[in-house]
Design a protein around this ligand. Structure first.
Ligand SMILES: *Cc1c(COP(=O)(O)O)cnc(C)c1O
Ligand code: SF4
Length: 355
């Protein structure tokens, strides 16, 4: 008898059932759903240091910085961090550090002055033809360099009913062709919320595109499931997903699977990174990032120079080093793997070339 697809699917699901029966006390047990993994984040600095077998002398300052902007990390992301290495480039993106308590001049709470471009709650309209909609207050991971680390999400992220003014603004502003779902992380929302929002947007005739800015395919890859990709595939809107990968070490097989599913749903995959001191501020790391991204079917889009948000000054890369990195990358990469070096300048009509 021939083996059919259904056979294979059945065997797979049967096998899944078996693994589901492993008791929770088993140390190799993995959360089975993305919601479960999202509810089991690492949020205690001591726990993080223990899991990664790091020196406990880091703890007092980590706890202080954690009070300013809490630690949040998924188990999936944690598995890609090297143990006993305080300089691991992924660890540096999530570990609260004493340096965050420093207050150097020029680093402020709202570096982009976004409050000036908010025509409706949860909506930022800064550039022609596209708006940014805060679709979720949550992230699966808190990135220490985040320019929204001081953002008042509770105040600015509308619940379903409160989205109406933003939707009304988009509907009456016919120049808007593209809605960008941002946050927080828009994919941290439940399908129900996300699909409802998508349905509202699909009904606005002048919209052509939906763009999703997210770190979820990297930090919680199992969230990219068939319910989501099937829904995206059905949409009349063209879709672009911009993921935020800063280092090739963030990419692994699980991430590759999630990206493949998105590609199958005809989603265009782009990446933007932030240039971060000691994480990715050297030519070899950035070249490897571009090359790896392309192997995973993703094109580099932007490399952002750090926004001067207070608490993140230690990630800042000097102007002359940025210029040198740009020059060296150009000499090593094909043009289509060269990200645009940009910075965000408040009140400009687009992102501005950084070199
Ligand atoms: C970055 C950004 C966009 C998107 O800009 P692109 O250059 O199209 O990627 C849109 N709105 C806001 C508020 C942004 O910060
Ligand atoms: S996922 Fe994005 S919005 Fe969330 S903390 Fe990281 S950089 Fe900030």
């Amino acid at each position: 008898m021939q083996t059919t697809r259904e056979d294979i699917a059945y065997r797979k699901s049967h096998h899944m059932k078996k693994t589901l029966m492993i008791p929770r006390t088993n140390p190799s047990w993995q959360p089975q759903s993305w919601q479960e993994e999202l509810s089991q984040l690492i949020t205690d600095p001591r726990h993080l240091l223990e899991l990664l077998e790091l020196d406990m002398s880091l703890l007092p300052l980590a706890q202080k910085a954690h009070k300013l902007f809490p630690l949040r990390c998924t188990h999936s992301y944690l598995q890609r961090i090297e143990k006993r290495n305080p300089k691991d480039p992924l660890l540096l993106q999530i570990l609260p550090l004493g340096k965050e308590l420093e207050q150097p001049e020029g680093f402020v709470k709202d570096p982009l002055e976004e409050h000036a471009f908010t025509p409706a709650k949860g909506l930022i309209h800064k550039y022609h033809g596209r708006v940014l909609l805060m679709a979720s207050a949550q992230c699966a991971i808190n990135c220490r360099y985040c320019f929204r680390r001081h953002y008042d999400y509770i105040d600015n992220t509308p619940s379903r009913l409160q989205w109406q003014p933003a939707l009304d603004y988009i509907t009456k502003t016919e120049s808007i062709k593209e809605v960008i779902l941002s946050g927080g992380d828009p994919l941290a929302s439940a399908d129900k919320v996300l699909f409802w929002l998508l349905e509202q947007l699909e009904q606005i005739p002048h919209l052509h595109r939906l763009r999703i800015h997210t770190r979820i395919p990297l930090v919680l890859p199992k969230r990219i499931n068939t319910a989501l990709t099937d829904r995206l595939k059905q949409s009349r809107l063209q879709q672009v997903l911009v993921m935020h990968c800063n280092h090739a070490q963030e990419l692994n097989g699980e991430v590759g699977q999630a990206l493949n599913q998105l590609k199958q749903a005809d989603v265009t995959l782009l990446n933007q990174s932030v240039l971060l001191k000691d994480v990715n501020d050297n030519t070899q790391t950035l070249v490897e990032l571009s090359e790896s991204l392309f192997r995973y079917g993703v094109l580099p889009y932007y490399l952002h120079v750090l926004d001067p948000v207070s608490g993140a000054a230690h990630f800042d890369v000097k102007e002359e080093d940025i210029n040198a990195l740009h020059r060296e990358m150009l000499a090593l990469l094909p043009g289509f793997l060269m990200p645009k070096f940009v910075r965000e300048v408040p009140h400009e009509k687009s992102k501005i070339a950084a070199v």
